[in-house]
Design a protein around this ligand. Structure first.
Ligand code: NAD
Length: 479
């Protein structure tokens, strides 16, 4: 059962604002209404930039210590409301409550880490070739930042952008995904409770993403767009950023290979692939999309893997023991079915049944497909669901070539006990993130991001802070 219907406003210049139009947020497990939020327009988008541009004047001049103190207070407020935020996230997004709690903790770790890192934005003094000159390099915030986020990690995708932006001295306008605006608004409530000055964080919820985001793309006061979502929308925003030459960070789709070498510890490999593949019902950009197993261990692996998959419990994320929640919507279910049918038609063996676990909600059972070949859709595009294709390989160089043979380059995984193989794979895989014997590599202090069409820029670590800083060179002639 969905809990009490939440009615929320958008946050503009420190005020909770309604709009003429509003929309219901649905629970993908029950199809019940979880909340109702305003559907913002181009006018709201402009108001958000007005507020952020005005707040930038003072926020950018606050000391790093003042900004750090705010991030630290925000962290503590979220911590105190962690369970409440996680329950709302499960209801609007579907993921099991334990995963939602894990996500809020992970999201909050960015506030903590950037509260600390805000104090370490250093400049440089470069040796001059003329005695009277002093060459200084200063770091300054880029200005107003527009952040556009997806539904699969409704909290983390926001803090991973907003924490470094605020630490750098930028102000933000945020547009969360229309499926999951409530988590975003709760985070904003926490920011208010923590005493964020008005206009520093603004959120526009809307059913019309292009109208709101285009307003920001056309506004020369917005200096940067940071986007997480699908590759086609990312490319569209990159083109639109050209007119005002905005800085662009993109975290886009993936097609992660998960390579299990002949000498892998099989128990650990199965555990790693379960975490990577089935977290969030397979709806993660870094999720194992193509599992490559060395032919000498394929039978042993398949037996253990199919058993572990068969044991997964599908259900409403609020029910105790649920490990796989519903998919976000019917289109997501249809995509998994299409990939399954295509794989079957091309000769894959199917282990288990993908029948719906319930007549209400967008549920699918997790399923393994073996004998997968590279011509199958599930090996060529993100499935974004609980379908795990397993393909056999014989030679390390060949599997690297197959793994790299895609326009995507976000995350890759390798399980091996050989140091040589660990280096061979991690050096040759064309991916921004490589987990070696690690199915969950993402942490606040390390750079997350993709190569090729998986994106531009990095989130996390000092690399993530750089994305929100301008480098200014000052030449002082003291003559
Ligand atoms: P999406 O691209 O449809 O939506 C992402 C955001 O863009 C949403 O806020 C949406 O409202 C907005 N949007 C949609 N159309 C727009 C338009 N024409 N103009 C401006 N904004 C628009 O993606 P999604 O379905 O919400 O998310 C799933 C995708 O996100 C997957 O491809 C996944 O791999 C990717 N993803 C990537 C990462 C990463 O870090 N690389 C993380 C999570 C998700």
């Amino acid at each position: 059962m969905t809990e009490q219907l939440l009615e929320k406003g958008m946050l503009l210049n420190g005020q909770w604002v309604q709009a003429e139009e509003s929309f219901f947020v649905k629970n993908p497990a029950t199809w019940e209404n979880v909340g109702v939020v305003p559907s913002g327009t181009a006018a709201h988008a402009k108001q958000a930039v007005d507020a952020a541009a005005s707040a930038f004047v003072t926020w950018s001049k606050a000391t790093a210590y003042e900004r750090a103190a705010f991030l630290e207070r925000w962290f503590h407020v979220i911590e105190s409301r962690l369970e409440e935020i996680a329950r709302v996230m499960t209801q609007e997004q579907g993921k099991p409550l334990t995963e939602a709690i894990g996500e809020v903790r992970y999201a909050n770790s960015f506030l903590k880490w950037y509260a600390e890192e805000a104090k370490r934005v250093y400049g440089e003094i470069i040796p001059a070739s003329v005695g009277s000159k002093r060459l200084l390099v200063q770091k300054q915030p880029v200005g107003v930042v527009a952040a556009v986020t997806p539904w699969n990690f409704p909290a983390a995708m926001i803090t991973r952008k907003v924490a470094p932006a605020l630490a750098a001295g930028c102000t933000v306008v945020i547009k969360p995904a229309e499926h999951t605006p409530l988590t975003a608004l709760l985070l904003a409530e926490c920011a208010q409770e923590a005493g964020i000055p008005e206009g520093v964080i603004n959120i526009v919820t809307t059913l019309h993403p292009a109208e709101v985001v285009d307003t920001w793309m056309e506004d020369s006061r917005v200096k940067k767009i940071t986007f997480t979502g699908s590759t086609p929308v990312g490319k569209l925003l990159m083109r639109k950023a050209a007119d005002t030459v905005k800085k662009v960070s993109l975290e886009l789709g993936g097609l992660a290979p998960f390579i299990i070498a002949e000498d892998a510890n099989l128990d650990e490999a199965v555990q790693g692939v379960m975490q990577s593949k089935f977290r969030n019902a397979g709806q993660t950009c870094v999720c194992a999309n193509r599992i490559y197993v060395h032919e000498n261990i394929k039978d042993e692996f398949l037996e253990a893997f199919t058993q572990a998959v068969a044991d997964l419990r599908v259900g409403n994320g609020l029910d105790e023991g649920t490990e796989i929640g519903p998919l976000i919507n019917e289109a997501a279910v249809q995509k998994v079915k299409r990939h399954l049918e295509d794989a079957q038609a091309k000769g894959a063996a199917v282990h288990g049944e993908a029948v719906l676990a319930s007549s209400v909600g967008h549920f699918m059972k997790p399923i393994v497909v073996s004998n997968a070949t590279d011509d199958m859709l599930c090996m060529q595009e993100e499935t974004f669901g609980p379908l795990a294709p397993v393909s056999i390989y014989t030679d390390d160089a060949e599997v690297v070539q197959r793994a790299n043979n895609t326009p995507f380059g976000l995350a890759a995984y390798v399980y091996t006990q050989s140091l040589q193989k660990a280096f061979f794979f991690s050096e040759n895989l064309e991916y921004g993130i490589v987990g070696v014997n690690d199915g969950l590599p993402s942490v606040a202090q390390a750079p997350f991001g993709g190569m090729k069409e998986s994106g531009l820029g990095r989130e996390g670590g000092h690399h993530g802070l750089e994305e929100f800083l301008e480098t200014k060179y000052v030449s002082l002639n003291l003559k």
